[in-house]
Design a protein around this ligand. Structure first.
Ligand SMILES: NC(=O)c1ccc[n+]([C@@H]2O[C@H](COP(=O)([O-])OP(=O)(O)OC[C@H]3O[C@@H](n4cnc5c(N)ncnc54)[C@H](O)[C@@H]3O)[C@@H](O)[C@H]2O)c1
Length: 685
């Protein structure tokens, strides 16, 4: 604490983001008491650093013995002070940090300040008065969006909404102290908890609540946020706080929030790479060249431009380039029309995108991401060209989904700069990015790919160079179960219904129809692999939605497939030829075989070292394959069920189906026998 005339300044100092650990809370409390006892002090400024007023609760303290004072008594103490307390917010004030600021009598912000209540993103609601004080300050309806989405509020918006009392340009501390001097003698002090929630329009509240919940209908926390805000309108403050407390605690003990907290930590863990020192710095990247203006090249270009990079998209075919650029612009406009971007953001991103039909632009690129046709000979030719043309230190990435990164790197004189950056379709939407580490990839090239990925809004996960990498290799194991289940007697609509009931947005066969049954067929042909049911449909020209026929029939203009008796007959015929006698397959068996096959293959990938941790696999399945969030991912879900149960069931299904690959793989079998878990295994990594 320092004094500036009659103003006491308490500065929170707990880098990097001033998390509200027990020691921080004690520090604020102690200095507050000193300032209140000191008769020469007329007003108090509570400040943080330029980066953060406070990033909120220290979530590593969850589940540990609480240290006094708790956050709520601290905030109540600040609010009850009989001298004005001004929160000076230069950087972020999130979660408990924002809630402390709401307990202050005034809030001033710097232009880069931002406020947020992101608890919903880890399956919680704000638990230190956020749901009760914010509505009292700005109204219940206006409070819904920040609380239900967890999205941040800029300083400008905070002033407009009436959360911040003043925007301070220039020196924050000087401005906050001057503000505190101005208000030092003003009475009564405005205590937010004593305000009434401004009368609002109940219909508008419910309309906004349904709009926000619709985005995440399957999760509990967004609805719980609405419930808590609703309580602020009907209950006195103390009772509302009790409602908030009860909801918070029931969510905190529930599986859903545990799963989301697991993913929160998993995202951070995924950036720690074995054998790569944490001090390794990323290379500087400003300009990126994307090769190929097709489906993937377009989506990758959008992600990078939205992330602030200058992108040149190169396609040797001028028509494809023109079409690709048109689709990019159209996608931006459509997203803007739905409220995803402002017009200014769209113009800004588009101004960073350039098109070219020759390779000249790779010369000054800091990173090249190749997304041309999936042909090894073509990729090798392109990487040899890149080796000749690109400046030293340029990161050379391929978006290949199945080819060997080391073979691609081998044609260059700089395999240390080569890696895979495997995006998922649609690449402007899907958050997963598998960064594939080749045998010779340099640590700083990998760190660069992770940094660029994060900047572009992705969840980067580093994987090894095996066939299909991690996500698609596991997906292939699941696809083999889907195929076998049909031969054994389950029909496409039953499989899809069971998968949807478990929580997938789409069933596996409807997904095949959407992606095109021919895509996998062509890959299998090249590799000499077969999947008789899928292959027969592809040969019949039933490629899915695009041909109006696939596993289902699609009426003109409809994306909802209708079951087709002809397909059922075909499945029964192929099954008969292969010697299967159809049997009743339960929905439970379908779901367990699909999911346990993923877990089994995941454990094998882990043991072979192609994934660094089980939690990396969870990220891959949540962010790249629509695995339901409430599970925390397949490996976390396996831990929850108990590995013994998973292994026993797999052994049983291996017997029923005659599929050896369903037998528990060695790592899974070992952990199950030891009554251990994937989480314990990760701790040894
Ligand atoms: N489609 C997916 O779901 C998906 C997902 C992940 C990765 N991938 C991988 O991404 C890559 C691209 O796939 P796609 O679906 O976007 O293909 P696509 O056919 O839609 O686009 C490929 C583009 O590359 C261009 N091209 C071909 N040769 C070129 C050259 N020498 N120089 C510059 N441009 C050239 C073509 O004109 C075409 O526009 C492939 O390696 C694929 O395996 C695809």
């Amino acid at each position: 604490m320092q004094k500036d005339g009659e103003v006491a300044v308490i500065t929170i100092t707990n880098p990097p983001v001033n998390a509200l650990s027990g020691a921080v809370r004690q520090g604020i409390w102690g200095h507050l008491q000193d300032a209140l006892a000191d008769e020469s002090v007329k007003a108090i400024v509570l400040a943080g650093s330029a980066r953060a007023f406070s990033g909120g609760a220290d979530i590593t303290e969850f589940g540990k013995t609480p240290v006094e004072p708790g956050l709520n008594p601290l905030i109540d103490g600040i609010e009850a002070a009989d001298k004005p307390v001004v929160a000076a917010i230069e950087g972020l004030a999130f979660g408990g940090g924002f809630e402390i600021a709401l307990g202050c009598h005034y809030r001033v912000m710097g232009p880069k300040g931002s406020l947020g209540l992101p608890e919903v993103k880890i399956g919680l609601i704000p638990g230190a008065g956020g749901t009760q004080r914010l509505p009292r300050l700005i109204g219940a309806t206006a409070s819904l969006a920040p609380i239900v989405t967890g999205d941040a509020i800029s300083a400008d918006d905070a002033v407009k909404l009436g959360i911040a009392d003043k925007l301070i340009e220039g020196d924050m501390l000087a401005g906050a102290v001057a503000f505190a001097k101005d208000v030092a003698d003003k009475r009564p002090l405005r205590r937010v908890s004593e305000l009434d929630v401004p009368a609002g329009d109940a219909e508008a509240f419910e309309k906004e609540a349904s709009r926000l919940i619709a985005r995440n209908r399957k999760l509990q926390a967004p609805q719980a946020c609405v419930e808590a805000v609703r309580a602020s309108m009907s209950q006195p403050f103390a009772e509302g706080m009790k409602t908030e407390h009860d909801i918070f605690h029931s969510l905190r003990e529930g599986d859903e929030s545990k799963a989301q907290r697991h993913l929160f930590f998993a995202e951070r863990a995924a950036l720690k790479l074995p054998g790569v020192d944490k001090d390794v710095k990323p290379r500087k990247v400003e300009k990126i060249a994307v090769l190929g203006a097709g489906t993937m090249g377009g989506g990758i270009t959008m992600s990078m431009a939205t992330g602030g990079y200058d992108v040149t998209i190169i396609d040797l075919n001028p028509d494809n380039l023109k079409r690709g650029l048109g689709i990019i612009e159209n996608n931006y406009r459509k997203t803007a029309a739905r409220g995803g971007f402002t017009e200014a953001e769209v113009e800004d991103a588009l101004s960073r995108i350039h098109g070219a039909t020759d390779f000249d632009a790779v010369k000054d690129a800091d990173m090249v991401i190749e997304a041309v046709f999936e042909k090894m000979e073509l990729k090798k030719k392109i990487f040899a060209d890149l080796d000749r043309l690109c400046k030293p230190g340029c990161v050379l990435a391929s978006n290949t989904s199945s080819l060997d990164i080391d073979e691609i790197a081998s044609v260059t004189s700089r395999p240390e700069d080569v890696l895979g950056m495997h995006f998922f379709s649609p690449a402007n939407v899907m958050r997963l990015l598998e960064n594939v580490r080749g045998a010779k990839t340099a640590p700083d090239a990998l760190v660069t790919a992770n940094t660029v990925g994060k900047q572009a809004g992705k969840v980067p996960v580093t994987v090894g160079n095996c066939n299909g990498f991690v996500g698609n290799r596991m997906g292939a194991a699941r696809a083999r179960q889907v195929h076998a289940l049909m031969l054994e007697g389950a029909m496409p609509q039953q499989i899809d219904r069971a998968a949807k009931n478990f929580g997938f947005a789409m069933g596996p066969l409807a997904t095949n129809d959407l992606a095109g049954i021919d895509v996998g067929w062509l890959v299998r042909k090249e590799r000499g692999e077969v999947m008789p049911i899928h292959d027969t449909l592809a040969e019949m020209g039933r490629h899915g939605q695009k041909t109006k026929r696939g596993f289902y029939i699609y009426e003109e203009g409809s994306r909802a497939g209708v079951p087709d008796p002809e397909v059922e007959q075909l499945i029964r015929k192929i099954a008969g030829e292969k010697g299967y006698t159809p049997r009743e397959v339960s929905d439970e068996e379908i779901v367990e075989r699909l999911i346990f096959a993923l877990i089994n293959e995941g454990s094998q990938i882990l043991e072979e070292g192609f994934a660094n941790r089980a939690s990396d696999i969870d990220l891959i399945y949540i962010y790249g394959f629509g695995f339901p969030v409430w599970t925390g991912g397949p490996m976390k879900y396996a831990d929850r069920l108990g590995l013994r149960t998973v292994a026993d069931k797999l052994a049983q299904y291996a017997e029923v189906s005659g599929m050896d690959e369903l037998k528990p793989k060695p790592l899974l079998a070992r952990l199950a026998a030891e009554q251990s878990s994937f989480a314990d295994y990760d701790k040894t990594r």
